[in-house]
Ligand binder design. Structure first.
Ligand code: CP
Length: 330
């Protein structure tokens, strides 16, 4: 058996029969939204849209039959973990679920490089969530199989940002020309870091609304600014609600605070209610990566502008597209 059998595209891979070596993401890691061009996004969303139609028409199909995904989660997850599981199974593949690393050899002190080198012996692709910024990029240095970043501490959550943007496309039909308002914990919220970067590929305006101690990091502002995107920061929602097309609400991330007293000060800074929406556009959407812990009142759930439950379903289609693409089947 050749030693390069499982190597990534950059390492001249063996292409199994039926795989698409011309697929632009074949064998590639998905580590950061910085790796995507607007053309890439259009390609991904095209495949995701096809996945949506296929699921609605036939439910499951055997595109990834014989392929195996390892889900390696060092932090809790409901949506990311279960949507990757569902995506793989709907595509006919199968799964090694390590959703609780304390029951794996990580509990015996096994390092991340050794853990991914183990899992790639058994799987074709590894989805990794880890509390440290850059953990997925580190893992990718050691792994010969594709690594998909499912959240690295307060760093990035690229597949979430892709599904967020896909949600905007599917719900509003366009991204150019929109005003996007991000609200809540913009300091620790990795989803907003990734989404702001992706949005900077479009002609949008971005508002950031947060308590002073949870402002968006300056490096994100600088990166987005370098693309010529108008941005503004606020500590209350009222001034920007009337012109907002997408309100992206986030949870205050208790687990990231060094001092619990700081969390207590800001944990209830914002709550979206039906009253909040009285000054909102009729045609706009409210998004949230979820879980929520009180930032959006349940009374909002039945408003047609509440897109956060539909957003989770769009995540399935985007993750089906990503798995198919990195495994050369799109
Ligand atoms: N949005 C998101 O990442 O949710 P989970 O933490 O449940 O995966």
């Amino acid at each position: 058996m050749p030693t390069d059998l499982f190597m990534k595209e950059s390492k001249n891979p063996y292409i199994p029969f039926g795989d698409r070596q011309d697929s632009p993401f074949y064998g590639k890691d998905i580590l950061s939204v910085k790796q995507f061009t607007r053309q890439d996004l259009e390609y991904i969303f095209g495949v995701a849209h096809e996945m949506r139609e296929m699921v609605q028409r036939v439910g499951s199909f055997d595109l990834l039959k014989g392929k195996i995904l390892a889900n390696l989660f060092y932090e809790p997850s409901t949506r990311t973990s279960s949507s990757f599981t569902s995506a793989m199974e709907r595509l006919g593949g199968s799964l090694i679920p390590i959703n609780e690393v304390h029951y794996s050899s990580v509990a015996k002190g096994e390092s991340l490089p050794d853990t991914v080198r183990t899992l790639e012996c058994y799987a074709d692709v590894i989805v990794l969530r880890h509390p440290e910024v850059g953990a997925s990029a580190d893992a990718a240095k050691y792994a010969r199989k594709p690594i998909i970043n499912a959240g690295d501490g307060i760093g990035e959550h690229p597949t979430q940002a892709l599904l967020d943007l896909f949600t905007i496309y599917e719900e509003l039909g366009e991204v150019d020309g929109l005003t996007v308002t991000m609200l809540g914990d913009l300091k620790y919220g990795r989803t907003v870091h990734s989404l702001a970067r992706l949005l900077s590929l479009y002609k949008v305006e971005i508002n950031y609304v947060s308590p002073e101690i949870l402002k968006i990091p300056s490096e994100i502002i600088d990166e987005v600014d370098s693309k010529g995107i108008p941005q503004a920061e606020f500590t209350s929602l009222e001034p920007v609600m009337p012109m907002t097309d997408v309100l992206y609400v986030t949870r205050v991330q208790k687990e990231r605070f060094e001092k619990l007293s700081d969390y207590e000060l800001v944990k209830s800074a914002f709550t979206i209610t039906l009253e909040t929406l009285t000054i909102a556009k009729e045609r706009m959407i409210i998004m949230h990566p979820l879980p929520r812990v009180g930032e959006i009142s349940m009374e909002v759930d039945n408003d047609p502008r509440a897109a956060y439950f539909r957003q989770m379903e769009y995540g399935l289609y985007v993750r089906m597209a990503l798995l198919a693409m990195v495994l050369g089947k799109s």
